[in-house]
Design a binder for this molecule. Structure first.
Ligand code: MTE
Ligand code: MO
Length: 225
């Protein structure tokens, strides 16, 4: 069964369940309850006020903040490094404004993200000559993503700390998510915890299930940035 069909099927069941908790506890509270009844973890059922839909491939995700969040960069690098959230905030920040587009047919136009350029973290770690690609892992324990090294070095690829100029919420993958502006939003791994330089592209979670490894948006400038 395709993901879209599954979403349609789940929508009927979960919508009724969800109305009361949504009102009582707000969007994130609703999401927490929805993700418990939806064992598949595909909870992108209702648009929230910002136009985004919630996605997770697991039922519950631990919360991380400045006290316990870490981002590890390792693999084919000279200087494996672990960053805390305050350390990431202290690095030079970039702002990228682009349309967010999900393959399921929703979009949020002109969305600002800020964060550290992935290129800066790769340079700091010192990519070895055998390094050709980057693999991303998440503290949800399940989702993965990948980019070629060339894609990863684009200036519109961020280790994002803010979305719409506010700290990224837990529901949207905070405190730190990947943002790959020129590609479909499935490339933008939420709850990012690991960046590993590899010698070839390792297909990510959805890519093992049929999505394109190169997730370029139709209007993407594949050469610039
Ligand atoms: N860890 C993780 N990252 C993820 C996903 C996911 O299920 N888990 N879904 C992807 C997909 S398909 C989309 S469209 C966006 C959704 O982000 P949002 O929940 O902030 O709208 O996250 C992407 N990153
Ligand atoms: Mo998506």
């Amino acid at each position: 069964m395709g993901r879209r069909a599954l979403l349609g099927m789940l929508a009927t069941g979960a919508a009724g369940l969800a109305a009361a908790p949504y009102l009582q506890r707000g969007w994130e509270g609703f999401l927490a309850s929805a993700s418990q009844v939806d064992a598949t973890g595909i909870t992108g059922l209702l648009p929230n006020p910002g136009g985004f839909r919630y996605y997770s491939v697991v039922g519950s995700v631990p919360r991380k903040d400045e006290t316990n969040y870490t981002l590890r960069i390792d693999g084919l690098v000279d200087r494996p490094t672990t960053y805390s959230l305050p350390q990431l905030r202290d690095l030079p920040q970039s702002r990228v404004v682009h349309d967010v587009v999900c393959t399921d047919g929703w979009r949020v136009n002109k969305t600002p993200f800020t964060g550290v350029k992935l290129a800066d973290l790769l340079d700091a770690a010192g990519v070895r000559s055998e390094g050709k690609a980057v693999r991303f892992t998440c503290f949800d324990g399940a989702y993965t993503e990948s980019l070629t090294l060339e894609q990863a070095r684009r200036s519109d690829v961020l280790i994002a700390l803010t979305l719409q100029d506010k700290p990224i919420s837990h529901a949207q993958g905070g405190p730190v998510r990947l943002y790959v502006a020129p590609m479909y939003f499935y490339k933008s791994a939420k709850w990012l915890s690991g960046i590993s330089v590899t010698d070839k592209v390792v297909p990510g979670y959805w890519e093992e299930r049929g999505y394109a490894v190169d997730g370029w948006l139709d209007d993407a400038d594949r050469h610039a940035a």
